[in-house]
Each structure stands twice: as structure tokens, then as C-alpha cells.
Design a protein around this ligand. Structure first.
Ligand code: NDP
Length: 317
């Protein structure tokens, strides 16, 4: 038998910097927010080592530690932080209905979606091993590039993200080798040209990653194969960056919210946190394919909570 329906003022879905920031603002505005942590409590930052670019941490902070701090800050103002993930929604009526773990039903006056996005990886065992060890595999050049200052890195991907990240790395690293699996870029011409015209970026077309190589906990190189000639080579590097796209975690909202072709939630009004459903707001990477930073996620989390508060005020709550 299913549990009784719970009625709440503000439901926050997701526990990255966007969700916790929304919670801090909503809690301090007396909205008694309930936050469901989702599948990966703490979000993408829990797979990062050192975060050096979040303002306020002069000495840096590890991703997991920062998420512990954010959770504690949200709880300090009595955010109800819960385990569990949203398995179904129904935004068709005036009441926003949400089901947790397929059983519990919640009716929320306002909802802040902060479900984030998940970086795609190649799926190689060695890639996952060094990713988990924090020893040289990353899906975010802006986050981790600095740790490879003056060193040689390899980046895989051929879209706009890969080009942007390769160029970012080229300003920090001694050399960047870019692995493109086809004989052409997918990226826009201007982004591809910029990469081609950068002296310390070497582009290897028709090239796929066979294995990430390492010693003990650290990456030492990659073994690659040319899919036209069959030639196999090893490239020495200390950092291996994967930039083959992200999947926004928005599947459960697709019947009700406007999504773009890649699945990101579209803002109803640019410069706000509004979706096409009144009372449902979005923040963080679920709607952001451009910046994807903890600080931008936190900023939009704040916007979403402020707008939820205004929405409730306008309804006389
Ligand atoms: P995309 O989906 O555009 O590109 C992914 C790239 O990764 C493709 O080149 C693809 O290769 C490659 N790839 C996928 N799987 C593998 C694999 N297993 N092995 C090797 N290569 C692989 O993702 P992006 O993140 O680059 O961009 C997403 C969206 O965001 C795009 O619309 C983009 O334009 C936009 N964007 C815009 C920016 C800007 O304007 N400043 C910056 C960043 C993103 P293949 O081509 O062979 O399929």
C-alpha cells in the first residue's frame, strides 16, 4: 500500500551545488524545503579532487568536502535532506506531483530541479580505475587542468567542448594531444580552426583510445589505435581528459518540460530560472551545457529559490 501523500511548499531535486544553494536560500526564506539527494549524493563534484576555483576557499577544498559543507549549511537552516530519488513526475495540473522511489507521492507548491548532468566516459576499465583513484583522468579541463601545468596531456573528443577544453589546456600544459575518432571534427568550424592553429595542440584523426596506462595510482600515458591503418602507439601523458559530451539528467521531465535537442531543460524566459511550467524552476547543469561550473550552478540555484519564493508570494502563500 502506498504511503500518505505529503504536501510541501518547496521540493528540491538533486544535491549538487545548485540544489544545496537553492535549499539554503529557500530555508532562510521560511519555505521549509525538502531536498532529495538523488542517485549520486553531492553530484559531479564528488568525482573531483581539489576544487581551487570556487570563490571563498583561498586554499582550495576537495569536491567531497565542499559538498559536506554545503549539506551542513543547508541543514543548519533546517532543510529536510532525504535519501531517495524521483522516479516519476506529473506536472499536468495545478499541483506538481512527484513520486519518490516509485512509491511515496509528494505534492509540491514549487519545485527546483537541480538534477545536473553526467559526463560521458569511454567506459574503459583503466579509465574508470584512474578516475576513481583521482590519478589523472578527468572530464573537466577547467576544473582539473591546472594540476597538469607544464605537463603533457591527452584529450579525447571532437565537439565544441573538446575544442574549448583542448584550447584551455594548451594555455596551461606543455603539450596537448587531441584524439579524434573520425577524420573530421564535429565542432563548429571556428572552434576547430582555433584548435588547429594552436602550436602546442597535436590532433590525431581516426584515432581511438585502447587503454589508459599508469603506474601505481598515476596515469603515465595512453595506448591508441589508428582505425584506418591499425597502427598502435603509446603517447606519454600525466593527464587524460575525456570531453565526449554530457547527459543531462532530465529524462523524467521530458513529458512536461521543454527540453532542447540534447535534453537540457529550456528556460522559459532567458535570464530567469523559470521553466514552461509555472512553479517549476531549474538550476545548474540540467539547463546548462555551456558553463557547467560549481559556481554557476550555485548562482542559478540561488535564482531558482528566489523565484520560487516570489511565485509563492504572488499566490498569497
Ligand atoms: P557533442 O555531442 O557535440 O560532441 C561529442 C564528441 O565526442 C563528438 O565529436 C563525438 O565524436 C565524440 N565522441 C563521442 N563518443 C566518443 C567515443 N566513445 N570515443 C571518442 N569520441 C567520442 O558534445 P559537446 O559536449 O562537445 O557539445 C554538446 C553541445 O554543447 C553541442 O551542441 C555544442 O555545440 C555545445 N557547446 C557549445 C560551446 C560553445 O559554444 N562555447 C561549448 C561547449 C559545448 P563523433 O564526432 O565521431 O561522433
Amino acid at each position: 500500500m502506498s504511503e500518505e501523500i505529503e504536501r510541501i511548499k518547496c521540493l528540491i531535486i538533486g544535491s549538487g551545488p545548485a540544489g544545496y544553494t537553492a535549499a539554503i536560500y529557500a530555508a532562510r526564506a521560511n519555505m521549509a524545503p525538502v531536498l532529495y539527494q538523488g542517485m549520486q549524493p553531492g553530484g559531479q563534484l564528488t568525482t573531483t579532487n581539489e576544487v581551487e576555483n570556487f570563490p571563498g576557499y583561498a586554499d582550495g577544498v576537495t569536491g567531497p568536502e565542499m559538498m559536506i559543507q554545503l549539506e551542513a549549511q543547508a541543514k543548519r537552516f533546517d532543510t529536510d535532506v532525504r535519501d531517495g530519488w524521483v522516479t516519476k513526475v506529473d506536472f499536468s495540473g495545478g499541483v506538481h506531483k512527484v513520486w519518490i522511489n516509485e512509491t511515496k507521492e509528494i505534492h509540491a507548491d514549487t519545485i527546483v530541479i537541480s538534477t545536473g548532468a553526467s559526463a560521458k566516459y569511454l567506459g574503459l576499465e583503466s579509465e574508470q580505475k584512474y578516475l576513481e583513484l583521482g590519478g589523472g583522468v578527468s572530464a573537466c579541463a577547467v576544473c582539473d587542468g591546472f594540476f597538469y601545468k607544464g605537463q603533457e596531456t591527452v584529450i579525447v573528443g571532437a565537439g565544441d567542448s573538446a575544442c574549448e577544453e583542448a584550447h584551455y589546456l594548451s594555455n596551461i600544459c606543455a603539450k596537448v594531444t587531441m584524439l579524434v575518432r573520425k577524420d573530421e571534427f564535429r565542432a563548429s568550424k571556428i572552434m576547430a580552426e582555433r584548435v588547429k592553429n594552436t602550436a602546442n595542440i597535436e590532433i590525431l584523426f581516426n584515432t581511438e583510445t585502447e587503454e589508459v596506462l599508469g603506474e601505481n595510482d598515476l596515469v603515465t600515458g595512453v595506448r591508441v589505435k589508428n582505425n584506418q591503418t591499425g597502427d598502435v602507439n603509446e603517447i606519454a601523458c600525466t593527464g587524460f581528459f575525456v570531453a565526449i559530451g554530457h547527459n543531462p539528467n532530465t529524462e523524467i521531465f521530458k513529458d512536461y518540460l521543454n527540453l532542447d535537442a540534447a535534453g537540457y531543460i529550456e528556460y522559459e524566459e532567458p535570464g530567469t530560472a523559470k521553466t514552461n511550467v509555472p512553479g517549476v524552476f531549474v538550476s545548474g547543469d540540467a539547463a546548462d551545457k555551456t558553463y557547467r561550473q560549481a559556481i554557476t550552478a550555485a548562482g542559478t540555484g540561488c535564482m531558482a529559490a528566489l523565484e520560487a519564493e516570489r511565485y509563492l508570494a504572488a499566490k498569497g502563500h
